[in-house]
Structures are given as C-alpha cells and as structure tokens.
Design a protein around this ligand. Structure first.
Ligand code: ADP
Length: 326
C-alpha cells in the first residue's frame, strides 16, 4: 500500500523526494503546552494542547491507513511530564524522533480557568518553555533530518515563539525543502500578544507566505494582523498572496479556496446545531484538508473534508476528541 500511495502522490504531482525513507513524511513544527483546567485552588484536570500538535494528531488519525508518516518537531524537557507528553503523542501515531529534550527547560503551561458561570479564561506560563529554545542547538533534529522531509507545516504561533535567529532558521529550512520540491504549509494563526508589534509579525508572515506552497488562513486573524476591515478586503488580500494554493477559514461561513491565480471556490461548512467547544476547529480543518489533498482529492473536496472534521471537533469538549467520535 506504500507503493500505491507513492504512485498516487506522483499522479497528483507531489514528487516523492526521499528515496531513503519509506513513507511520505510530513513534519509539523511548533509548541505543545501542558494544560490544566479547573477552578482556582480546586481540582485541576491535566491535558495538553497546541495548534500544530493538534493538527499533527488529526493528520495522523486521518491518514492511519495511507502510510503517511507524521512527525512532530518541538522541544520538551527531561522531566516526567515531558516523558508522558511524548508517550501520548506516540499513542496518537505521531513520530517523536525530531523532538529535542532540553536539559534545563520544561514544557510551557496554560490553565483554563473556569468560573462558576462557565466562562473560560486562559492563563499562560510559556515565556521560558523548552520549545522556544528549539533553535538554540547548533543543528536541530529538524534540520538534521531535512533530506527526509516531504512536507513541512508550521504556523504563525510556531514563528511567534522563536527569536529572530530561530525564525530565520525555520524559514531557511522551508526554503531549502521547497527548492527540492517538498511541500511547505503555513497556517496563519495570529496571536497578537505573542508579538512585540504588528509590523514585525507582518514581515515574518510575508516571508512565510513567500516560501509556502499552501497557506491556510483564518480570515479574522489575517485581518487583525494587516489592519483590514471588512471581509471583502480580507479576501482580496488573501487572494493576492504569492502562494499557489490558498484556503480561507471563516468560522461557520463557507470556506474559500483558490489555486494559482484563479477565482475563489466557496465550500459550505457543515451545519452544527450545538457548538460545544471551538478549540482546535481551525487545526483540525487543516489536518482534514491536508490529509485529503495528500490522498489526491482536489482543493474543494479537501475543504469539504476539513469542514466535516472541524464540525465534529467543535461538538466535543477539548482539542482532541475521542477516537470513537471521529
Ligand atoms: P480558527 O479555529 O482557526 O479560528 P475558524 O473559526 O474559522 O478558525 O473555524 C475553523 C473551521 O471550523 C471552519 O472552517 C469550519 O470548518 C469549522 N467551524 C467553525 N465554527 C463553525 C460553526 N459554527 N459551524 C460549523 N463549522 C464551524
């Protein structure tokens, strides 16, 4: 079936470029944090979450029988919590050989504070996280494995947590992969508070888009980042991006996809009667979209797959829904 998969990729124009490795290898780079959920000084439930990790998990779930290898590249600590994180990621079918275990740092942490009315507030302890120091190594596992990577996925949050040198090296890696014909996927996920100011973020996003073969945009995020008002302006901006394949997520409104310089194709979302928790909506959309594209479906069909998966995810609490609910 691996052989069948490879010929399928070739048919749809995705070059197999890693003869020494068996499967098509997708690598997602970013930060996953520990999660605590509960009331102040009450019992806390432990979990984990992070945009790129969520996408990695859903991509692995969607591709289980296709032979696609999904890896997560990040840094964690050498502590027992980090060990348990890795065990859980592996259980999700995510390869962890590109994870660096930092001898002096710990994973970032956030707490979802739930008040008696059910309102949720997020508190973060992430400034000194291990993931932020991933590129402190002279040669990261990610860079060392560059020749085996067929697809690199990162997000605006992946960029935000790095310093200038780390961002440079991540983009340089993307350019190097791209030059070899590998896919580069960028999800815009803009979080203003992670950036010193908007113009710095804009400049890095511009570089990320220039190196990407596929851009996944949450329209609201890009409008905030660019200071655009009105959906039409936002869509025009997205349409003009120097990226071959652009997908725009707009919550419950139809998603928009375009290839090359062609016009938008609108793809309806799946109606959801009761939205329980929108955590990982965009992340799961990206995974569903990508899994479908890698299996040879056209962009509009892939967007339908992304919308279908996201619609399931938002009907359950938490970033990763039970396998049985997939
Ligand atoms: P993000 O989670 O990145 O902020 P969106 O809010 O645009 O992104 O949602 C991502 C995807 O989740 C949408 O493209 C859609 O598939 C799905 N989605 C979000 N909200 C709804 C909703 N109310 N009904 C149906 N689907 C939704």
């Amino acid at each position: 079936s691996l052989f069948k998969m490879k010929s399928c990729f070739i048919e749809f124009g995705i070059n197999m470029i890693s003869p020494q490795s068996q499967a098509f290898r997708a690598v997602l780079f970013g930060e996953c944090m520990l999660e605590l959920q509960g009331q102040a000084f009450g019992a806390m439930q432990q979990s984990f979450g992070g945009d790129t990790l969520n996408t990695a998990a859903y991509l692995a779930r969607c591709s289980a029988s296709t032979g696609l290898a999904v890896d997560y590249a990040t840094a964690v600590g050498e502590d027992p919590l980090s060990t348990e994180l890795l065990r859980r990621w592996a259980q999700e079918g995510i390869g962890c050989t590109l994870v660096h275990r930092h001898p002096r740092r710990l994973p970032g942490l956030y707490q979802i504070q739930v008040d008696p009315q059910g309102e949720r507030t997020f508190l973060y302890w992430r400034d000194q996280s291990a993931a932020r120091a991933y590129f402190d190594e002279a040669l990261t596992p990610l860079e060392a494995a560059a020749d085996t990577i067929d697809l690199l996925y990162f997000s605006g949050i992946s960029l935000a947590i790095l310093d200038g040198d780390g961002r440079d090296r991540l983009i340089a890696l993307a350019e190097r992969l791209r030059a070899r014909g590998a896919r580069v996927v960028f999800d815009n996920n803009y979080r203003a508070r992670l950036w010193p100011d908007r113009s710095i973020a804009q400049a890095w996003y511009d570089r990320a888009y220039r190196t990407s073969t596929l851009a996944l945009l949450t329209l609201d995020d890009e409008m905030l980042l660019r200071g655009l008002s009105g959906e039409a302006q936002g869509l025009d901006f997205a349409h003009a991006l120097p990226v071959e394949e652009v997908v725009v997520k707009r919550g419950a409104q139809p998603s928009c996809v375009r290839m090359n310089r062609q016009g938008w194709t609108e793809v309806p979302t799946v109606p959801v009667e009761r939205v329980v928790d929108t955590t990982a909506a965009g992340d799961s959309f990206g995974a569903g979209y990508l899994a479908a594209r890698l299996q040879g479906l056209a962009p509009a069909e892939a967007a339908a797959a992304g919308n279908a998966l996201a619609a399931r995810v938002i009907q359950h609490r938490g970033a990763l829904i039970p396998h049985a609910a997939m």
